[in-house]
Design a protein around this ligand. Structure first.
Ligand SMILES: NC(=O)c1ccc[n+]([C@@H]2O[C@H](COP(=O)([O-])OP(=O)(O)OC[C@H]3O[C@@H](n4cnc5c(N)ncnc54)[C@H](O)[C@@H]3O)[C@@H](O)[C@H]2O)c1
Length: 362
């Protein structure tokens, strides 16, 4: 059984502040909201709607995801803590207005300690429904005052992180003429293709969806296509960019990689602890996933103050500097960039979170 009160994770840092189980039998809602940390402000993280095999699997997932959001939001420079929610069920058959609104009332009951947004299985239109019951919702549709599709700035941020990795590796951030392999050309991956083609990079892609490949090829017939991850990893690449599902950097893929840089939009790219070291040992520079893919959360976080695309884009552009600083710290401390990123995030949570100890009468 998952242990909520202990910290079921590697590394240092505190354990979860609050975990809330929510049930509304009539609508079928079974949800868990996990707040890892509010050291930097109210927690923010999406709602995953997924047919978990067990309550324990759902709980483990939400604990891991909420912790990752605390680190992502800290490194994105946001005044937001980390939280996440899961709804247990099949979004294709179980999602209804009543269920989403029941969920919204539980989000509201936390009084702003948790802001929700989209994740796997939930869309901006769903957030519009949740927002009928709660003020603490982001990622709504543009017509409802929301930030819309977060993959726009996610892809832009990954591009900025890739430029920083290029500079650290080859002495120049330019990607022109570099060969970039993208695994997964969905919402994030296909937008990344546009940034890279605009700069003159060469692109190789793979995707399990023929439709996704065709969408890219229709606009860019010059893009090469390979069968899958194994072929992509073994291809003659400068950069390998995981933009599909998590766990893409497993032992086999790392052993086969010919690229000098790994930088992509997918969450949880490292299949297990230790992969970050295996990459470093092979001389491959890994740009930490939660740092370079934080453009999406930057986009939806901006909605809290009234969405302004240019302001959010300017903040996402800073992912370049943040990624560079991580590489510098990693080199100085002799640790892989993933470890350096965790240390920087923990430092910010501690340094800025501590300021609440200076009492203010407000
Ligand atoms: N959308 C965002 O704003 C955002 C923000 C942060 C992180 N992410 C992460 O980025 C990744 C991509 O997100 P997205 O929004 O583009 O999702 P998406 O579903 O639109 O795209 C994923 C693509 O990967 C493909 N794919 C799935 N399995 C594959 C495999 N084994 N090999 C090759 N291709 C495969 C799918 O067919 C799809 O085209 C996810 O890991 C997501 O968690 C997304």
């Amino acid at each position: 059984m998952t242990n909520v009160f202990g910290s079921p994770h590697q590394g240092s840092g505190p354990a979860h502040e609050q975990v809330v189980f929510c049930q509304d039998q009539a609508s079928g809602l079974r949800a868990i909201i996990a707040i890892y940390s509010t050291a930097l402000g109210p927690s923010l993280g999406g709602t995953r709607f997924y047919p978990y095999e067990s309550e324990d699997a759902a709980l483990t997932d939400v604990l891991n995801l909420s912790r990752a959001m605390a680190y992502k939001n800290a490194m994105a420079g946001l005044d937001l803590g980390g939280g996440k929610a899961v709804i247990i069920g099949d979004p294709a058959t179980d999602k209804s207005e009543a269920l989403l609104r029941a969920y919204g009332r539980f989000v509201q009951s936390l009084n702003g300690r948790y802001y929700t947004a989209c994740d796997v299985g939930t869309y901006s239109e769903d957030m519009d429904v949740v927002a009928r019951e709660s003020r603490y919702v982001t990622g709504r549709t543009v017509s409802h005052g929301g930030a819309g599709d977060s993959s726009v700035l996610t892809a832009y941020g990954v591009y900025q992180g890739m430029r920083a990795a290029a500079e650290a590796t080859w002495g120049s951030p330019a990607l022109r003429g570099r060969r970039v392999g993208i695994e997964g050309v969905g919402k994030v991956g296909h937008r990344l293709v546009e940034h890279l083609r605009d700069e003159g990079a060469e692109i190789v892609i793979c995707d399990v969806s023929e439709r996704a490949i065709e969408r890219v090829r229709a606009r860019h017939p010059e893009v090469d296509v390979v069968a899958g991850r194994a072929e992509l990893a073994g291809a003659d690449l400068d950069v390998f960019s995981p933009c599909a599902l998590g766990g893409s950097l497993d032992d086999e893929t790392v052993a086969a990689l010919r690229a000098r840089v790994v930088c992509g939009g997918a969450n949880n790219q490292l299949a297990h602890p230790g992969v970050e070291k295996a990459l470093a040992d092979r001389g491959i520079l890994y740009a930490p996933d939660y740092v370079v893919n934080s453009g999406g959360v930057i986009q939806v976080a901006d909605e809290i103050a009234g969405f302004d695309f240019e302001r959010a884009k300017a903040r996402a552009q800073q992912i370049y500097d943040t990624t560079s600083r991580i590489f510098t710290l990693a080199a100085a401390e002799g640790v892989p960039p993933a470890v350096a990123a965790d240390r920087m995030a923990e430092r910010r949570m501690s340094d800025i979170g501590r300021l609440k100890g200076i009492w203010l009468d407000s």
